[in-house]
Design a protein around this ligand. Structure first.
Ligand code: F6R
Length: 357
């Protein structure tokens, strides 16, 4: 139930720090070791290439998961949109492992791929919020998200739970392969949970930013590079689906290859700057759009911030920034929808789980 909250979406955004703490508890032994099914560990270690299959927000979490698995566990990863996979099935590696990411565990597009790859005899792991769901029952292995029921159609806490579980999976695989890591994943996730809480306490600031940047606009752009780009895709999906503002997430470096033509006087541009190695280049992209009239704001991270940034996120481990940078984007979408008197929890034309292909 939503209790004192006006909408499930806002409640679910606020629950995110608790979900991260729950995930830490569920995936940790009393001796502070990672606790993952040994069979999953073996399957990950045995695979020479991981194929992540998902739709919508879960696909966006998969893009972040790819970075974790490649950077930490040194296994190549491909991320595919479920509905596209069958038409252009890539040449598979010798020992593929399929990882399905699905909040509901019922998405028909993902299930169609699962059925197909099981027929081909390949192993599958499902990461889902609903144990016992179709995708979880039909896969060989399951990891639970422990996010609690997600009621709002727009996915929020499931996205961050997916990213946290993918981080744990990547670290566990790295350990299984004997790769030394220079950080304690659970400690870093605990820092993330605190950072999320600091952000969910800043609703007034974010509501104010929404009024300043998104009150009357028909479109908006989110720009970022590297990890930030993937979070921009998620931020723009949130804004589209609940406020009906036409929004797109772009890779900063691609702007000059076409998209910048769309920038007009007052076009809102929301830039993420959480990564040291692209801090300079994303900021020059912002200057480019501002000089063409854009109404741009920068959301940066402590340590990388500059004077005029609209919001500075608390510092977290560089790989885990999506878990915190997405929170203000979720809130921007929420307040934009409120402002436009849209039905936040039940946006038009959408269903919570999409059980048709
Ligand atoms: C967006 C959203 C959808 C779902 C997509 C996949 O907020 O909720 O894009 O992420 O339909 O659903 P699941 O994760 O249940 O497979």
């Amino acid at each position: 139930e939503k209790g004192t909250y006006p909408h499930f979406m806002l409640k679910e955004i606020d629950e995110q720090p608790f979900v991260i703490r729950k995930i830490i508890n569920e995936y940790q032994t009393n001796d502070n070791e990672l606790k993952l099914d040994a069979a999953i560990r073996r399957a990950m270690k045995a695979s020479d290439r991981i194929y992540i299959i998902a739709a919508g927000t879960s696909y966006h979490a998969g893009l972040v998961g790819k970075e974790f698995i490649e950077k930490l566990a040194a296994i190549p990863v491909e991320v595919h949109i479920a509905s596209e996979f069958s038409y252009n099935m890539p040449l598979l590696s010798d020992n593929p492992l399929f990882v399905f990411i699905s909040q509901s565990g019922e998405t028909a597009d993902s299930r169609a791929v699962l059925v197909k790859i099981k027929e081909m005899g390949h192993p599958a792991l499902t990461i889902t919020n609903v144990p016992g769901s179709t995708l979880s029952r039909e896969a060989d292995y399951t990891l639970n998200l422990y996010a609690g029921p997600e009621i709002a159609v727009a996915s929020t806490k499931a996205y961050t739970a997916q990213i946290a579980v993918l981080a744990i999976l990547a670290v566990d695989t790295a350990q299984a392969k004997g790769i030394e890591l220079d950080f304690d994943p659970m400690q870093e996730l605990a820092i993330v949970a605190n950072a999320m809480e600091i952000l969910t306490d800043q609703k007034e600031t974010i509501e104010e930013l929404t009024r300043e940047y998104l009150a009357t606009t028909r479109n908006a752009f989110f720009i970022g590079r590297s990890t930030d780009y993937h979070v921009c895709m998620e931020g723009s999906l949130k804004l589209k689906e609940i406020s009906y503002i036409q929004a797109e997430g772009f890779a900063g470096g691609e702007l000059k290859h076409g998209t910048i033509a769309l920038i007009e006087e007052d076009t809102p541009v929301i830039a993420l700057a959480t990564q040291a190695n692209v801090n300079y280049s994303i900021r020059s992209n912002v200057q480019e759009v501002v000089s063409r009239g854009a109404n741009a704001m920068i959301i940066s991270m402590k340590g990388l911030e500059q004077d005029d940034d609209a919001l500075v996120l608390p510092h977290v481990h560089e790989l885990l920034t999506p878990l915190v940078s997405v929170v203000p984007l979720q809130l921007l979408a929420y307040y934009a929808a409120l402002h436009r008197e849209c039905d936040v929890d039940k946006p038009r034309n959408l269903a919570k789980s999409v059980t048709v292909e």
